[in-house]
Design a protein around this ligand. Structure first.
Ligand code: SF4
Length: 390
């Protein structure tokens, strides 16, 4: 049969879709070509916000339009949370919900250079605004030795950068009694001669210990690039959100990174407009984030998720208009931070990993500290590291 998988949402979903496609191909099925109508279409959904749900539904409509005779299967986080809502859509033939108590291994390749390695799944934190623990279940992981084998295999097959993905990867080890720092250390010490990089996905600030930061600073292969979810710059809101840290701890983490890795890229997730984010809390948030020495903000606008604890809390609601205004304000601050980061780090020597895509005669690559550079396309440079003065 010919199969098409349509993936929405995070890197983890992409890694899982890729693993699923490999499995189907190994059983004798074939990936549908670009304009070919598939026999089976699988839509792997996301449910992180209302907008994500909307995009899932649009993708399902489009999949049916483009593949009128296909069997249409829906899976992923939205399917797990709202199976009936999806099953009721006329376009859908079947909803498949993954079992949450097993760890499904996934590795995906993005072009030739990068490989997303799923090291963990699920989350035990139950932040009051978040539906992910209900969709993906409790924190679980495979063993370090298994992941080392997967990473070595990916590098042997040509990947030059391994990106560690998961829902709450700093919580690695719940299933195996191991821990995240040992995983990093073993990945860094893989006996591989050819050059490669490890990039760490998002790690909760309470789990990003100084020891982990120090390990990154002395590592041979781990990129000086941190992605840390802050979510709010107001301690009152962090409490409402049931986050596991306060702004003082977050500032200590950032200060430690800046002390041992002054050139590191620090990306920070920020949510705006959650219930209880009063004008006063918002002003605290803006003041805090403006002063924080980070490189870029990833801004998310809060949307109410069915079944989450925040909906039953007696809190003032931020209007949609105000949520949008706050989002715009943080986007502006983010742009200033990014420009300041570039101004500080350009020019300086760096190593770029060039990617395959030929974009109107240009090719792109990222430095270890996540600065995107371009140069005229040169096929011989694809998937290689070169030293440059940025
Ligand atoms: S840490 Fe909080 S926001 Fe992140 S997945 Fe877990 S519950 Fe959701």
């Amino acid at each position: 049969m010919t199969i098409r998988i349509i993936t929405l949402g995070c890197k983890l979903n992409f890694a899982e879709s890729s693993a699923l496609m490999n499995e189907l191909v190994s059983r004798g099925h074939r990936r549908a070509k670009k304009d070919e109508e598939a026999d089976v279409v699988i839509v792997n959904t996301c449910t992180v916000t209302d907008t994500a749900d909307q995009k899932d539904r649009q993708a399902i409509h489009r999949a049916r339009r483009e593949n009128p005779n296909a069997k249409l299967i829906v899976t992923g986080c939205y399917a797990r949370l709202k199976p009936k809502e999806i099953a009721d859509m006329v376009e859908v033939n079947k909803v498949i919900i993954k079992r949450e108590d097993i760890f499904q291994q996934a590795v995906s390749r993005d072009d030739r250079t990068r490989c997303f390695l799923k090291v963990q799944d699920g989350c035990n934190y139950f932040c009051t605004y978040c539906a992910i623990p209900y969709a993906r279940g409790r924190s679980r992981n495979p063993s370090i030795s298994f992941l080392i084998e997967e990473a070595e295999k990916a590098i042997k097959e040509g990947a030059k950068e391994i990106v560690l993905t998961g829902v709450n990867i700093g919580d690695f080890g719940r299933s195996t009694g191991e821990n995240f720092i040992d995983l990093l250390s073993e990945l860094d010490n893989m006996p591989i001669e050819s050059p490669f990089r490890i990039r760490i996905g998002s790690v909760e600030p309470n789990l990003l210990s100084d020891d982990i930061i120090d390990l990154v600073a002395r590592s041979k292969h781990i990129a000086p690039h941190f992605h840390i979810p802050l979510q709010s710059g107001s301690d009152r809101v962090l409490k409402i959100m049931n986050r596991h840290y306060d702004t003082a701890l977050f500032s200590e983490r950032v200060a430690h990174i800046r002390q041992v890795l002054p050139d590191a890229f620090i990306g920070v997730d920020c949510m705006v407009g959650v219930r209880g984010e009063t004008q006063e809390c918002w002003e605290e948030y803006v003041k805090y984030i403006t002063a924080l020495s980070v490189s870029q903000l990833h801004v998310f606008t809060y949307s109410e998720r069915a079944g989450t604890r925040m909906l039953s809390m007696d809190l003032p609601i931020v209007s949609m208009k105000e949520r949008k205004e706050r989002s715009k304000a943080l986007h502006r601050i983010s742009e200033q931070k990014l420009q300041a980061f570039y101004a500080e780090h350009l020019p300086s020597p760096a190593t770029v990993l060039w990617e395959a895509k030929n974009d109107h005669g240009l090719m792109y690559g990222f430095t270890e500290n996540y600065i995107r550079l371009s140069r005229p396309y040169d096929k011989t440079l694809v998937n290689t590291f070169t030293s440059v003065m940025q």
